[in-house]
Ligand binder design. Sequence first.
Ligand code: NDP
Length: 380
Amino acid sequence: MENKFKTPRTTVMEFGGPLGALFLPVLLPCTVLYLLLACRTQDAGVSSLPSPLPSLRELWDLDAFLLVVGWFGLQAALYMLPLGKVTQGLPLRDGSVLSYRVNGLQAFVITCLLLGLGLLGGLRLSPLHDRCVQLAVAATVASFSLSVFLYARSLCVPDSALAPGGNSGNPIYDFFIGHELNPRIGNFDLKYFCELRPGLTGWEAVLTTMDIVNDGFGFMLAFGDLTWVPFTYSLQAHFLVGHPQELAGTSAAAIILLNGLGYFIFRRANSQKNIFRRNPKDPKVAGLETIPTATGRQLLVSGWWGLVRHPNYLGDLIMALAWSLPCGVAHVLPYFYIIYFTVLLIHREARDEHQCRRKYGSAWNEYCKRVPYRIFPYLY
Ligand code: NDP
C-alpha cells in the first residue's frame, strides 16, 4: 500500500539546486538586516548603512527572542481554540483528506482586543519599532530552529508524506525546499499555521494554493512566513516612521482606490479558483467555460482565469504598488517590496507553469493558447 503512494524522486531542482539552497539561507537573512538597517539611516539610500555597523552582541537580544516566541505561542494557542469552522483540504496522493480549522478572523479579533486592553493599561508599542532589528534576528533564529526540526522529523515519516518537489535525496536541497508536505503534531498543522498566522493573518482560500498543495515545509516557507514577510513587507512603515511624507488628499484617495482595485481582483480571482477546485458544480462557477484534462480535473478558461493565467498575481501586485506609493518617489528603498514581489511572482508563475504542463500536458497548452498572457493583460 505504502509503495503505491510513494512520493517520486525530485529530478528537477529549483532555485539553483543545492548550491542555491546553500547560498539563500545566508543571503536572505542578510537582506532583511540590510533593509532594516538602511531604512533607519538618515538618507535611507540603497547603499546607506549605519556606521559603525551594530556588533553581533547588539543584534542579539534575549527579550526580543522571548517576545517573538511569546507571540508565536499566543497565536498557536488561538489557532487551537475550538472557534470557527473546520474545512477540508484537497485530496492527497493517497486519497486521504486533511481537515483544517479556519479561525484566523477570530484570532485576529482576540489579538486586537488583547492589544487594546494592553494599550489601555499603558502598553507602549514604540519598542517594537526601536528594536525591530533585534526582533528580526530573533525571528531568523526561530526560523532556522524550526527548519532543522522539520527536516529532522521528515526523516522519520512514511515516504508517501514527502513533498514531490522536496524529495531529491540531497539533504541541503530538501532542507531548503521542504521535505515533508504537511507536517503535523496531532491536529496542529505546522505549515498551515505558519502560513496563516504569526507573520500575516487574514489570508483565505489558501488550501488550494501552491504552498499548501505542492510545496513541502522547510526553510523556504518557514523563513518566508516567520521572518521575510513580517519584516520586509512592512519596510514602508519603518521607513515612514523616520521619513514622514506629506500626502495630498487626492493622492491618498487615488492610492486607496488603487489598493481597492488590487484587492478586488486578488480576492475575486483566488475565491473563484478556490470554489471551482472544491466544487466545480457550485452555482457561482458552474456557468464558466472550462477545458477538460486527462486527470479528470478541468481548467477554467473564462471569468478571471480567462483574463490572464494568473489574475491573482495581478491583483497582488497592484496592492503592492499601492502600499509603497505613500512613501513618495524620492527613495527606492520603500519600493523594495513591489520590485522583489514582481520578480518573485514572475519566477513563481514559471514554476507553476512547469508543474501545470507536467500535470495537464496538451490541455495546458490549449489553455495557454486560449489565454496567452501570464500576469499582465496585453503585456506579459
Ligand atoms: P495559485 O493559487 O495561483 O495556484 C496555482 C494553481 O492553480 C495551479 O498549480 C493549478 O493547480 C491551479 N490553476 C491554475 N490555472 C488554473 C485554471 N485556469 N483553472 C483552475 N485551476 C487553475 O498559486 P499561488 O500559491 O502561487 O498563489 C496564491 C496567492 O498567493 C496569489 O494571490 C499570490 O499572489 C499570493 N502569493 C503571495 C505571496 C507573498 O509573498 N505575498 C507569495 C506567493 C503567493 P491545480 O490545477 O492542481 O489545482
